[in-house]
Write a protein of this length. Structure first.
Length: 616
């Protein structure tokens, strides 16, 4: 198949007409144009694989026809993260300003649920990018540049690395501390680097009041340069990765890598009508720590048909882990944030998850939770679920947990939401098989478990299992054939009749006041006092919903204490807020990628909250 300037159709390649040329940089000519505000065009083909100069990268893309011309679009974050085209601030939802080696341009937006595609047809032509379609994969060939020099400068705020190029070039941040440039460094540059000893000064993270003293590190090499095929990879020390900011400049073309503790990301991009992607450095009064790097989605349900729902790796089971990005894409959400706690070893949930009125996992330890419907009603509070059994033989029992990974002596219930089978978690469990089809529930069978993990029991389609742990006397109260009634009570009752509930904790804000009580929700002392990456869902006084994360400045595993996180959310305008799982789990997904951190730094999670656009 022949190659050419892009104009793609599913059957082959179409040559585009030349655009008007008004800007020239390093011999490469660019067209300066204004985007035409237009209604979204009907997508003719979408793909989910992007191959750049022979390398497989993350990226969703689409093809459509507009005014008789074939157009190509790449998902917004895919364009930035895979090709180095930076998204600039905007309050418009029909066009996206970009920056690429000094060329200011605005790309038309074509939103096709759940992806926000940017029309790069003319931009690709002027940049010299060539495309070819192979099934759902889009192959991109970009011109290779040559690195002529690398310079390191001392600034008041840190170090600046400048990579001089002979032309604009595609680049990406391949890891949290690595920049991959589609360029050749050459033997002459290698010799230059060997003759220069670039050392980075000792980096001393801010000490927290509750943290142990941090030893002063030794000087490190500022950067390392390696050649891999047609790519040059520039690496900086990992402890400087959160401080790394990369931008492209023109005349001559340069990549600039700033390493500074004072570097704080800033974003304010209207992603869709009623939804804004924001990043800012929040400085709290009296805190001498440089501030907190916060990323959040600000959602106005009154401006669009948004729906929030709990999501998980599978609809067939609540057990299991998957990256937040995978969960968002699999569910068809336009965005999402990690949510509840879980046991990483056995992949069981540890907190409330209710979807469309069905309990998938029960609350634990009276921890914080949030409930909502699609009519704008919300409740933020601490939550417990009590289930009581009253048997026809006069016996009574209390069920402690439902589909939960929290294990202790007593009774737990397991439904099909857990999966097809239940595997014992402790030795000598007694399992009762329950039929719940009638007006009364009936004990059908009793089974004796052996060693923990050694037995697996089928969960009935029209019933559930009761697992008795170190509580044989409780199982004896319900002989086979016993009929009983089961009653459920939520405390507080304000959670009743809500279709969606997500539990995590601690509860941070209620009615504009900090109500943090981590010890009361039985979180450890260390958890309550440590600085960590954090996630939260919050609500403002005027009804906007915030999905927010914070990461540290010394390393992406540091961040805010729970008290600081509460105050940061107040600063963002929240009046109600719930802390979600944090640390390596914290992740905010937007479109086709992570909007708050590099994908190499985030772990797999059990569940999240997805944001959907209702097209009905």
């Amino acid at each position: 198949m022949s190659k050419g300037w892009l104009g793609l159709m599913t059957g082959g390649l179409v040559l585009l007409s030349d655009p008007s040329i008004v800007v020239e940089i390093a011999g490469v000519q660019f067209q300066e144009r204004s985007a035409i505000a237009a209604n979204p065009q009907v997508i003719e083909f979408e793909g989910d694989r992007l191959r750049v100069n022979g390398q497989n990268l993350r990226g969703h893309w689409a093809v459509w026809t507009e005014a008789g011309e074939t157009k190509i679009g790449i998902e917004s974050l895919g364009l930035e993260k895979s090709l180095g085209v930076k998204l600039l601030d905007t309050n418009r939802t029909d066009e996206q300003p970009i920056e690429w080696f000094g060329v200011g341009d605005r790309l038309s937006i074509n939103f096709s649920n759940p992806y926000r595609y940017l029309d790069i047809t003319d931009f690709a032509k002027t940049a010299g990018w060539q495309w070819q379609q192979r099934g759902n994969e889009l192959e991109l060939t970009t011109p290779q540049a040559k690195i002529s020099n690398i310079r390191v400068g001392n600034q008041d705020w840190g170090k600046r690395i400048v990579v001089d190029l002979d032309r604009p070039v595609a680049w990406r941040q391949s890891a949290s501390n690595k920049i991959e440039i589609q360029a050749n460094s050459g033997a002459q540059l290698d010799s230059f680097l060997k003759q220069n000893d670039f050392k980075i000064p000792p980096f001393e993270p801010f000490d927290s009041q509750n943290a142990p003293a941090i030893p002063k590190p030794k000087p490190q090499q500022i950067f390392d340069l390696t050649q891999s095929g047609n790519k040059t990879i520039l690496s900086v020390p990992e402890n400087w990765a959160p401080q790394m900011r990369v931008l492209s400049l023109a005349n001559p073309p340069r990549l600039v890598i700033d390493l500074s503790r004072d570097n704080r990301p800033s974003r304010n991009i209207a992603w869709l009508k009623g939804m804004t992607w924001r990043q800012n450095n929040v400085v709290l009064p009296g805190k001498n720590n440089g501030g907190f790097a916060v990323t959040w989605l600000e959602i106005n349900p009154k401006k669009n048909s948004f729906i929030l729902k709990p999501i998980s790796p599978s609809e067939q089971t609540i057990v299991g882990l998957a990256p937040m990005l995978t969960q968002v894409q699999t569910s068809g959400a336009i965005a999402g944030i990690n949510a509840g706690f879980f046991n990483r070893n056995n992949q069981y949930p540890l907190g409330a998850v209710q979807t469309n009125g069905e309990w998938r996992s029960s609350p634990i330890l009276n921890r914080g939770a949030v409930a909502w419907d699609n009519d704008g009603n919300w409740v933020f509070d601490r939550l417990s679920l009590r289930e009581d059994i009253v048997a026809d033989n006069g016996e009574q029992l209390t069920i402690d947990f439902l589909n939960s990974g929290y294990v202790k002596a007593g009774v737990s219930r397991y439904t099909k939401a857990w999966g097809d089978r239940y595997q014992t978690t402790v030795d000598n469990e007694v399992i009762l098989v329950i039929d719940s089809r009638g007006t009364s529930e009936i004990v059908l069978d009793r089974k004796q478990g052996g060693q923990a993990g050694g037995d697996r029991y089928v969960i009935p389609e029209n019933g559930y299992l009761l697992a008795f742990r170190s509580f044989r006397s409780g199982a004896d109260k319900l002989p086979v054939g016993t009929a009983f009634q089961r009653y459920s009570t939520l405390n507080p009752s304000s959670f009743e009749n809500f279709p969606n509930i997500m539990g995590a904790g601690p509860l941070l804000l209620q009615k504009g006041q900090v109500v943090l009580n981590g010890e009361g929700e039985q979180f450890s002392k260390a958890f309550n006092s440590q600085s960590a990456s954090r996630s939260a869902i919050a609500r403002t006084r005027d009804g906007k919903i915030l999905l927010a994360t914070v990461h540290g400045t010394a390393a992406e595993t540091s961040g805010a204490t729970l008290r600081e996180w509460s105050e940061v959310l107040l600063h963002l305008g929240a009046v109600d807020a719930l802390n979600l799982d944090g640390g390596g789990s914290s992740a905010l997904v937007l479109g086709g990628d992570l909007g708050d951190r590099h994908s190499s730094t985030v772990g797999r999670v059990n569940n999240g909250i997805g944001l959907f656009l209702d097209n009905k």
